[in-house]
Design a protein around this ligand. Sequence first.
Ligand code: NAP
Length: 283
Amino acid sequence: MSDHNHTLPFLNKVVWITGASSGIGEGLSYQLDQLGAHLILSARDVDGLNLVNKQLPKNPGSAKVLPLDLEDLAQLPQKTDIAWAFFGHIDYFISNAGLAIRDFALTTELRIDQKIMNINYFGSTVITKRLLPHFIEQGHGHIVVMSSLSGKYGVPRLAAYAASKHALHGFFECLRSETVEQGILITIIVPGMIKTAITAHAITGTGGNVGRIDKTFETAYPVDKAAKKIIKAILKEKEEASVGGLELFTLWLNRVSPWLLRRFIRNHPIKKLRQLKARFFGK
Ligand SMILES: NC(=O)c1ccc[n+]([C@@H]2O[C@H](COP(=O)([O-])OP(=O)(O)OC[C@H]3O[C@@H](n4cnc5c(N)ncnc54)[C@H](OP(=O)(O)O)[C@@H]3O)[C@@H](O)[C@H]2O)c1
């Protein structure tokens, strides 16, 4: 790698990122811009996307803004065609957009279960299937999938969300095994608790808005640090990478003793994590 490529590893690479209007997607957009990428920014909130575009630190206003609603699966193939046509190719698809839900499995309506699956899972797979023939034809393509600790184990009140994130692992693990020979790379990111407004944007089992940031997320892992680690994992072509703070120890515990983890998280897992954090690192 030349020095130039070393400082600008995404130079002239086309990166399509969903969920670019806020949080992790916004943070990734700023850093990828600095690393030389041509960006395609997607989410529902056009004003939010335009603002992110305007605020790109290196090339403000240079991104292509492609508004879309992942819940509207029927429009996604056409949106994918538009995304492809912007630069005539795409090198990276960062499937980052997601919606959280906070409610018990029993009180979550089927239409909400389906909404979460459409946005977090089917939206991602519909776009991926449309991109794949192009990726295979050009001989490369890197898909980055935003999972969650909830893609690894279940905690109370996140059933629909956890189901959608587990589904991503199933789909993309299989896809990786099917396409690795064709130059397709798949990186699954497992974030812990990242300081975004995800808990405020979350919905309830009847479709209401949670509307407030969970206390634990106020002191969670910073977005810019998370974005940096995610980009590092992408550049290292990792198959899977976790990003976050102390809460990542649950991944280790889940490997060595799933039984113990289940007992630990059965009641008030967030509260327990907060107490643990306070004990080791202070308030
Ligand atoms: N923050 C965390 O602690 C954490 C932990 C684990 C996993 N994650 C995952 O990380 C990803 C990013 O989350 P975040 O923390 O950055 O939350 P966020 O700030 O709420 O961002 C979510 C993004 O997804 C977009 N989005 C939501 N519904 C959409 C839809 N129907 N169609 C298109 N875009 C949609 C939102 O944009 P619009 O509202 O403009 O559509 C927004 O840009 C998600 O997949 C989330 O599950 C986050």
